[in-house]
Design a protein around this ligand. Structure first.
Ligand code: SF4
Length: 408
């Protein structure tokens, strides 16, 4: 029997220093903690390898945090464990996130030898003042060095992460960032707008601005809604002029280089997440690992399968398979699966296929979402064409609103 495809996400939670806007599960740690974490991670990967014999890995993504902050031997050991524990497709996309200033020629060469074939470099801006304000640990010049070393090491698939809507950022300064990056011709560009999240230093600094913006008011420090919109449109225009295909709300790629791992998330592929706080989706059950470092280190020393009592809507409970690292286990019911199909699928520029919806759920899409879709079409936010349904340009601008209409 043919094996099912599975995506593997590996979380490395360590960073040299916390950036001012970051609310990811990441923190700094000493070498001993890092070593113990990698041992725990390798145990978890090996454990799942034994329980996932029906699967073959189509993608692997080592994210964080800053995986490249670790020693190259540690990343090599993790990849060795992956290859020993799982079958991996020959053409698997294997990505690693790295930050400028944390890689060397030796590290990059070890990554390549370990099977890593795609790098995602966190640049955010080419303006050193903006990088400093964000609390990044690197300069643009360090990024250029990292990029050059990556090409020399043979990486032919590189993503560069950018961020707009920064405090004090002008359209001109973001245009300069886009142009400098396009000149380098990375295969992929991700461009996100900054969101000021609670619990970050930026929230303390700009909380009044964030509250004002949430109330639709203008602020001095943060770009207005119109400016954010202008930067988003400019991103699309400049990247299109340089041959990048806009394939997801915030992602652009040269033809053939869209990120397969992330497309899997948007298409609800099965994925296994290992490491601190990582989430998995297997057989429509969503699992989440503990986000407590010491609970993770201890739990992974005695990994064991068990059962999880899942409360259901009718007041009953059901028992679901779980592992002692999980802190939440939830079956996604049919309605939830449909919502995710719409909510995630419509993030892609080519949207969703009505035929795929019907194959998945046994009913035409209109039987479930006729009213919602008609309403969004009337507002000019949704387009139905040639068997596909996707957001219009205006729908992309207000994608949070449009996508939320599919949630009950
Ligand atoms: S490098 Fe990334 S994960 Fe680490 S603190 Fe900065 S934004 Fe967060």
């Amino acid at each position: 029997m043919a094996k099912k495809e599975l995506e593997l996400y590996i979380h490395i939670p360590f960073c040299m220093k916390k950036c001012n806007y970051c609310d990811f599960l990441s923190f700094t740690a000493d070498e001993d903690t890092q070593r113990r974490y990698i041992e725990a991670l390798n145990r978890e990967i090996a454990f799942y390898g034994k329980h996932c014999k029906d699967y073959v890995l189509s993608t692997v993504y080592i994210g964080g945090g800053t995986p490249s902050w670790l020693g190259e031997e540690e990343i090599a050991a993790v990849m060795e464990t992956v290859y020993a524990a799982f079958s991996v497709k020959e053409d698997a996309e294997v990505s690693l996130e790295c930050n400028p200033g944390t890689v060397t020629a030796r590290k990059l060469s070890v990554y390549r030898q370990s099977g890593i074939n795609r790098l995602s470099i966190g640049l955010q801006s080419t303006d050193n003042r903006e990088l400093k304000m964000l609390g990044r640990v690197h300069t643009f010049e360090q990024f250029l060095k990292t990029y050059e070393l990556a090409r020399e090491a043979g990486f032919a698939n590189i993503n560069v992460d950018l961020m707009n809507s920064l405090p004090g950022q002008t359209t001109d300064s973001f245009l300069a960032t886009l142009q400098k990056v396009c000149r380098l011709r990375p295969e992929h560009v991700s461009a996100y707008s900054l969101i000021i999240e609670k619990g970050t230093p930026f929230y303390d600094l700009y909380k009044f601005d964030a509250v004002k913006q949430a109330a639709g008011m203008q602020t001095d420090a943060l770009p207005t809604e119109e400016e954010v919109c202008a930067m988003t449109k400019m991103t699309e225009r400049v990247l299109a002029e340089h041959g990048y295909v806009h394939y997801e709300v915030s992602n652009f790629a040269l033809p053939g280089y869209a990120c397969r791992h992330n497309i899997g998330y948007w298409k609800r592929a099965e994925y296994l997440g290992v490491g601190l706080g990582a989430a998995s989706l297997l057989s429509n059950i969503r699992y989440t690992n503990t986000g407590e470092l010491y609970a993770y280190l201890e739990g992974s020393a005695c990994l064991r399968p068990g059962l999880w009592e899942n409360p259901k809507e009718d007041g009953q409970t059901e028992e679901l398979p779980a592992v002692n690292l999980h802190v939440s286990v939830e079956r996604i019911d049919r309605r939830g699966q449909m919502e995710e199909f719409m909510f995630l699928g419509l993030r892609m520029m080519d949207g969703i296929s009505r035929q795929e919806f019907e194959e998945c759920f046994g009913v035409p899409i209109e039987a479930v979402y006729q009213e919602t879709m008609a309403h969004l079409q009337e507002e000019g936010l949704l387009i139905k064409r040639a068997g596909r349904i996707y957001l219009s340009e205006r729908g992309q601008e207000v994608s949070n609103y449009a996508l939320a209409q599919f949630l009950s």
